[in-house]
Design a protein around this ligand. Structure first.
Ligand code: AQP
Length: 345
C-alpha cells in the first residue's frame, strides 16, 4: 500500500511564541504548505503537562493561532486547530501508553530537563508526553514532521512506537488488508529550518524557550520594536570583535548564536555575514541585528495583534480546522480499534 505524504506539527500554547519557534519550525511549516497536505496544531493537551492558569491558557491558544496565521499559515489550505478538540489524540495516546515501554520514556532528555531534581513531583503527563506526540502524528498517519532540533529524540520515539504497534499487531493489520503489515508509517523528522536551534540571548548554551523565567532570554513574537531593540542590546556577548570566518565562532556560543540569528533573519549564509561584519564590535552589530529582527517580525506582530481583537474569529478558524481534523482521524481510529480488538460502532 503506498503511503500518502502528509505533514503534521504543533506548538505548545505555554506562552507567546518566540524567535526560536519561528526560525526553527514555523518557517518550514509555511514552506511545506506549498507542496503538501499539512496539519498544524496548537497542542493544548501538551501544555497542561505543566500547570497553566486556565484563563491564560485560553488566551495563549488564541495567541499562538494568531501567530501561525500572521506568519503565513493559510487556514483554508492547511488544517489549523487546537488538539483538545479532536479526541483521537487522547484516545490514541492511551493506546500508545500501552505500547511504549517505561525504559524508552526514561531516556527522554526533555523530561529530565523539565522535571529537574524533584522528579517525584512531575506530572505523569509530562513523563508520557512523547506518547501523546506520537499519537498527534500517527492519528493522521502523517509522514513528515517539521520541528526544531530539540524534538529529534521524541520523533525517534514516535518511530519506535509505530514500529512496535505494527509488529505487535501484525496479524490483525494484515487481516484488514494491509498485506505488507504496515499500518502506521515511520514519521520522518524535517529539521531544516534556517536556525534549527536558537539559543537564549542570556546564555548561548541554553535553548531559547518559552518557559525560561527571564523574558530577556527570548524575542517573543508579541514584542514591540523597542522591546526587541532592548533585548538585543542586552544580549550577552564576549569582549572580542566579530570574526571574519565561521571558525572564529568556535567556543563563543553567544557570538555564534547572534550571528546565526542574523543570518537566518536576512536569509544569508553565516560565511557571507561574517565577510560583511568581521572585525566589527558587538555594539554596532547588535544595532544591525535589532533592525533586521524588527523588519522581519513587525508585520507579523501587528497582524497577530489585530487578529486578537476578534477572539470569536479565531475560535471559528479552530472549530473549522477541528472538524476537518476529526474527519481525517476518524477512519484511522476505527481501524486502530478494530486492530486492537475493541468493539466499536
Ligand atoms: N530555541 C529553539 N530553536 C529552534 N526551534 C525551537 N523550537 C522550540 N524552541 C526552539 C521548536 O518549536 C516547535 C514548538 O515547540 P513547543 O512549543 O512544542 O515547545 P518546546 O520545544 O518545548 O519549546 P519551548 O519554547 O522550549 O517551550 P516550553 O518552554 O513551553 O517547553 C518545536 O518544533 C520545537 O522544536
Amino acid at each position: 500500500m503506498t503511503i500518502k505524504e502528509r505533514v503534521f506539527s504543533g506548538m505548545q500554547p505555554t506562552g507567546s511564541l518566540h524567535l526560536g519557534n519561528y526560525l526553527g519550525a514555523m518557517l518550514q511549516w509555511i514552506e511545506l504548505q506549498k507542496t503538501h497536505e499539512c496539519i498544524y496544531c496548537v497542542v493544548d493537551l501538551h501544555a497542561i503537562t505543566v500547570w497553566q492558569e486556565p484563563a491564560e491558557l485560553r488566551r495563549s491558544i488564541r495567541q499562538v493561532t494568531a501567530a501561525y496565521i500572521a506568519a503565513g499559515l493559510d487556514p483554508e489550505k492547511s488544517i489549523l486547530f487546537n488538539q483538545s478538540q479532536v479526541s483521537a489524540h487522547a484516545e490514541l495516546a492511551w493506546i500508545f501508553n500501552c505500547v511504549a515501554r517505561l525504559g524508552w520514556l526514561g531516556r527522554m532528555t526533555q523530561f529530565k530537563e523539565k522535571a529537574g531534581k524533584d522528579r517525584e513531583k512531575a506530572s505523569v503527563g509530562l513523563y508520557a508526553y512523547p506518547n501523546l506526540m506520537a499519537a498527534d502524528i500517527l492519528a493522521y498517519k502523517a509522514t513528515h514532521v517539521p520541528v526544531g532540533d530539540d524534538q529529534k529524540q521524541h520523533l525517534e520515539l514516535s518511530r519506535d512506537i509505530a514500529q512496535k504497534f505494527n509488529n505487535d499487531y501484525r496479524e490483525q493489520i494484515e487481516s484488514i488488508g494491509y498485506t505488507d503489515g504496515i499500518f502506521f508509517p515511520q514519521p520522518e523528522p524535517v529539521i531544516t529550518g534556517p536556525a534549527t536551534r536558537v539559543m537564549s540571548l542570556r546564555d548561548g548554551t541554553k535553548k531559547m524557550s518559552k518557559s525560561d523565567p527571564s523574558d530577556l532570554s527570548r524575542i517573543n513574537l508579541t514584542d514591540d520594536k523597542d522591546t526587541i531593540a532592548k533585548k538585543v542590546q542586552k544580549a550577552k556577548t564576549d569582549p572580542e570583535p566579530l570574526p571574519s570566518e565561521p571558525d572564529g565562532l568556535k567556543g563563543r556560543p553567544e557570538a555564534e548564536n547572534l550571528v546565526g540569528i542574523y543570518a537566518a533573519l536576512v536569509g544569508d549564509p553565516v560565511t557571507k555575514v561574517l565577510t560583511d561584519v568581521g572585525g566589527a564590535q558587538f555594539s554596532s552589530f547588535k544595532k544591525t541585528l535589532a533592525e533586521a529582527a524588527v523588519e522581519r517580525l513587525a508585520p507579523l506582530t501587528s497582524e497577530a495583534a489585530r487578529m486578537m481583537q476578534d477572539p470569536a474569529g479565531i475560535d471559528r478558524i479552530l472549530a473549522d480546522g477541528s472538524e476537518r481534523a476529526r474527519e481525517l482521524a476518524a477512519p484511522i481510529m476505527a481501524e486502530v480499534k478494530e486492530i486492537v480488538g475493541f468493539i466499536h460502532y
